[in-house]
Design a protein around this ligand. Structure first.
Ligand SMILES: N[C@@H](CCC(=O)N[C@@H](CS)C(=O)NCC(=O)O)C(=O)O
Length: 206
């Protein structure tokens, strides 16, 4: 089994943090995405979207999408702590809900803001600056919702650490790349939560 990834990228970090928390080690293959290694037919045969991360099993089966990869390991090792997808039905629903909320309203908008303004991938996609600015606006309109949730709960999906925390942590780390700063006056809970997770070695890897 091996994972195709690029250290330091938000999406690879989501899987890397998850694996570290679970104590799972697998071989890593570095893909130079800025250099376009992911645009080759060979890589597109591994990853449906041509994006990293992508997991390849020993029988050749491939899985792309960071959360799908994490889910696969959660199902493979259901008793390996910590559980990061929820245990009770309501907990599972809340984890799924918050993971999707943070990904779609936070991370997706942050990616769109970065890609369309910085235009680092203009060799492979149309970059629309106005779209980048709109995405940044939507991102900044979403962040207060995350602050509110963390002012009421220790973790993004409620009481326990989950995949939703990993997505939100990676989002907060990415904010400087889209020139969004969060200060202690407006975001005390989000900053305290981020600082606490930063002390966990699994969140320090990249
Ligand atoms: N929803 C996907 C997003 C994957 C993604 O956007 N990967 C980026 C790195 S963070 C990538 O491969 N970029 C290369 C490109 O756009 O050509 C996931 O969670 O796996």
């Amino acid at each position: 089994m091996k994972i195709y990834q690029r250290a330091g990228t938000p999406s690879a970090s989501r899987v890397a943090i998850y694996l570290k928390l679970k104590g799972i080690e697998i071989d890593e293959i570095d893909i130079d995405i800025r250099g376009g290694e992911n645009l080759t037919d060979a890589f597109k045969a591994i990853s449906v979207t041509g994006l990293i991360p992508a997991l390849e099993l020993d029988d050749g089966t491939t899985i792309s999408e960071s959360v799908a990869i994490c889910r696969y390991f959660e199902a493979l090792y259901p008793d390996q702590k910590p559980n990061l997808f929820g245990i009770s039905p309501i907990e599972q629903a809340k984890v799924e809900m918050w993971q999707r909320i943070v990904e779609l309203n936070g991370l997706r908008n942050a990616f769109d803001a970065f890609r369309n303004v910085a235009q680092i991938y203009k060799d492979r996609e149309n970059c629309i600056e106005e779209w980048g600015h709109e995405a940044k606006l939507r991102l900044t309109q979403f962040l207060p919702k995350l602050e509110r949730q963390l002012s009421m709960h220790p973790h993004v999906a409620g009481e326990n650490l989950s995949i939703a925390d990993i997505t939100a942590f990676v989002l907060v780390n990415f904010l400087p790349y889209v020139d969004v700063s969060i200060d202690d006056n407006s975001y005390p809970s989000l900053l305290a939560w981020h600082q606490k997770l930063s002390q966990n070695p699994a969140f320090q890897r990249r």
